[in-house]
Design a protein around this ligand. Structure first.
Ligand code: PLP
Length: 372
């Protein structure tokens, strides 16, 4: 292969920027500091204390009795693992944006038969379409996969109603990518029969990237146990049995990240998921109001995300230049649109530790730079 990428030496003097990206997002200073501990071994009792603390605290925060895995990986790992652990052949993947398309692509790369329900970007996945596809299928589906919060379009899909539909098909498992939602948008996992739901910690959990969290139902665990082949690294059985026996992870985890996780999860528990959910709603409502006043909103009415707003660039501002100038003059970074809609839209991540005041500081800066 002809080398294309050249080394660009990392420097020691980058200015700090406030992140309004749809992840990674701002991390509290004491959470960053929590990583600076002398190292310890992943088979020491201290590790059991750390790992059992973060797993049990996560269950408490999410309000679930299902099992929790915290794995050193980005969230993408659980696209692969949930497909390998649950799907023999057929999987239904409704697609409505870049991440759901990628999730369907992952299942295809793993050799599965993928049926899509394709929506225009910006539209939400409708439970009645999922029902229709389930009814029409002659073979049935091993799983239905849905992205809760389409980070590329700012759509919040109605996973609760979709879960209630999938629950009518006991041989079909319901897999939810809640990356960019969990921690800022509450979902009652058991009430809607969600078998597998996962997130990445650099989003609304507001932690440094590098860990993925997956909540697994008993049914999903049993399904994997009965399957001939499954994921090794992300195997539910391997991860959860190791937890039951030792309170540790099956291989060496990113210990400093878990120390940061412990610290941040305590902050999250202190705030509580109700208050956290409320704060995210307020930020989302404010951002939408601001967007309506100056631009438009890209996602379908009634399905707008609580953690990321995808704003339609109705004024035709130069998105790339505005982002650059806001970054240079205000040290704040927000995001362009995704893929084909990179100039047609831009995105503000209002997740994690942000509040109304910090979001207002960004919209003020955009108003100033774009002369609104
Ligand atoms: C909805 C969604 N799914 C999957 C991913 C991939 O997550 P990760 O980069 O943590 O693997 C992202 C990342 O932005 C996302 O927003």
């Amino acid at each position: 292969m002809v080398p294309v990428t050249k080394k660009r030496e990392y420097k020691d003097d980058y200015p700090d920027k406030t992140l309004y990206l749809p992840g990674p997002t701002e991390v509290r200073a004491d959470v960053i500091e929590a990583m600076c501990e002398p190292m310890f071994g992943h088979r020491m009792d201290r590790m059991t204390d750390l790992y059992t603390t973060i797993v049990e605290d996560t269950k408490e925060f999410l309000g679930t009795d299902n099992d929790v895995i915290v794995l050193s990986a980005s969230g993408t790992e659980f696209w692969e693992a949930s497909t390998l652990n649950l799907v023999d052949e057929n999987v239904l993947c409704p697609t409505s944006g870049s991440f759901s398309e990628r999730q369907a692509n992952v299942a295809e790369r793993l050799g599965k038969d993928v049926d899509r329900i394709e929506y225009e970007w910006g539209k939400a996945i409708k439970p009645e379409d999922v029902r229709e596809a389930l009814e029409a299928s002659e073979t049935g589906y091993d799983a239905v996969t849905v992205v809760m919060n389409e980070t590329s379009t700012g759509v919040r899909n109605p996973i609760e109603k979709i879960g209630d539909v999938v629950a009518e098909y006991p041989d079909t498992y319901f897999v939810v990518d809640a990356i960019s939602a969990l921690g800022g948008d509450y979902v009652d996992i058991e009430a809607h029969d969600i078998d597998v739901i996962f997130t990445s910690v650099q989003k609304a959990f507001a932690m440094p990237p590098g860990l993925a969290v997956c909540v697994v139902s008993d049914d999903a665990y049993e399904r994997e146990v009965g399957k001939e082949s499954a994921s090794w690294y992300g195997g539910f059985q391997r991860c959860l049995d190791y937890y039951d026996r030792k309170g540790q992870t099956h291989s060496t985890p990113a210990i400093p990240l878990m120390l940061a996780y412990r610290k941040q999860m305590k902050h999250m528990l202190e705030e509580g998921h109700d208050a956290r959910d409320r704060r995210h709603r307020e930020m989302a409502e404010y951002t939408r109001e601001w967007a309506r006043e100056h631009f438009g909103l890209f996602p379908e009415e009634g399905y707008r995300s609580r953690t990321v707003s995808c704003i339609e660039n109705t004024r035709g501002i130069d998105v790339a230049e505005t982002i650059e100038t806001v970054s240079e003059e205000y040290d704040m970074v927000f995001s362009n649109g995704y893929g084909d809609i990179s100039e047609k839209t831009f995105r503000i991540g209002h997740m994690g530790e942000h509040d109304l005041e910090s979001i207002r500081a960004l919209t003020d800066a955009i108003e100033d730079v774009a002369d609104l």
